[in-house]
Design a binder for this molecule. Structure first.
Ligand code: C2E
Ligand code: MG
Ligand code: MG
Ligand code: MG
Length: 296
């Protein structure tokens, strides 16, 4: 839009920058309200064990129900929470909420024992010195088996193999929570940290899954990630699986777990409970509702 005229360009950018700064300020203020006004909630997306067809895990995903703007995507506001440091109290709330939810599901025998719940940890949260202590406290308070909680970390957090990173990972290992790498292959995929740290799973990023049914290169990449994981006794979770064709390739390559719209989008608690109980009463492994019962 800004033409070759230097002055226009200047005005264009200062205008845009002001708007962005203003937008950010308004967003920041309303995030404070969100925290106190119960506008934040968690939805849960099932993860399916390809061997058994059963739900083996859930990923907790944050949602912001804004009073006027509607449902705001975490892709927009999580970076802002990061920047402002608000991710620390919000992250605390997320961990507490997941633990309380898990305790309620345990009491009501809704979830199988071995079903994990995954929590996304942001970079700022990861380096927060209270993370391990806070986790331990919530796990204890809600009588949660630590192994049933999986923390999703990202590659870039583990890139710096400094004292601090080692110390944090040591603390998390001592807590005995599970650890996975989110969006694997899109950051600094380094063999050094894979060599040094004991991780439970690699989550294969959606960008490698999207063209899996059409692209030999993507098949080669995904096959290599699965081999790498299995050789080091890690599991693989494919993200963003949307089609039967993608599922078939992943099954063929020996992927352990899938997550994606093909099976189910993230669900509210009530919705998820009926999804689970329907599959129980049917007395058979879970199937996505649009999938023929003999398939997959
Ligand atoms: P992520 O951790 O990689 O989460 C996966 C995202 O892919 C989720 O988006 C999920 O709804 C979406 N997804 C799952 N299956 C499919 C599919 O088949 N097709 C497509 N198109 N999308 C699918 P969502 O919930 O919008 O979250 C986006 C990102 O925001 C997350 O990416 C994560 O990085 C961040 N985020 C979400 N919740 C939290 C949280 O509680 N804490 C932190 N720190 N970050 C979060
Ligand atoms: Mg994630
Ligand atoms: Mg992911
Ligand atoms: Mg992703």
């Amino acid at each position: 839009r800004a033409k070759s005229d230097g002055r226009n360009l200047y005005h264009f950018f200062t205008q845009e920058m002001n708007d962005r700064a203003r937008t950010k300020m308004v967003l920041e203020q309303s995030l404070h309200h969100a925290l106190t006004g119960q506008q934040l909630r968690l939805v849960y997306q099932p993860q399916i064990d390809l061997r058994t067809g059963q739900i083996i895990g859930l990923e907790a995903l944050l949602r912001w129900q804004h009073p006027t703007a509607g449902l705001v995507s975490p892709a927009t506001f999580v970076p802002l929470l990061e920047e402002t440091g608000l991710i620390v109290p919000v992250g605390n709330w997320i961990i507490k909420t997941v633990c309380a939810q898990r305790q309620d599901w345990n009491r009501r025998h809704v979830l199988p024992e071995d079903c994990k719940i995954a929590i996304n940890i942001s970079p700022r949260q990861f380096v927060d010195e209270n993370l391990a202590r806070m986790l331990r406290q919530h796990l204890h308070q809600h009588q949660i088996n630590p192994a049933s909680i999986e923390l999703e970390l990202t590659e870039n957090m583990l890139m710096q193999e400094n004292e601090q990173t080692l110390h944090i990972l040591h603390q998390l290992h001592q807590l005995a929570v599970s650890l996975s790498i989110d969006d694997f292959g899109t950051g600094y995929s380094s063999f050094s940290y894979i060599k040094r740290f004991n991780l439970d799973a690699l989550k294969i990023d959606k960008s490698f899954v999207d063209q899996l049914a059409e692209s030999e290169r993507d098949v080669a990449i995904v096959a290599s990630i699965i081999d790498l994981a299995h050789n080091l006794r890690m599991k693989t979770i494919a993200e963003g699986v949307e089609t039967k064709a993608q599922l078939d390739v992943l099954t063929c390559l020996g992927c352990d777990i899938i997550q994606g719209f093909y099976y189910s989008p993230p669900c509210q608690v009530a919705e998820l409970e009926s999804l689970i109980s329907n599959s129980m009463t049917a007395g058979m492994p879970l199937r996505p509702n649009h999938m023929p019962s003999q398939a997959g």
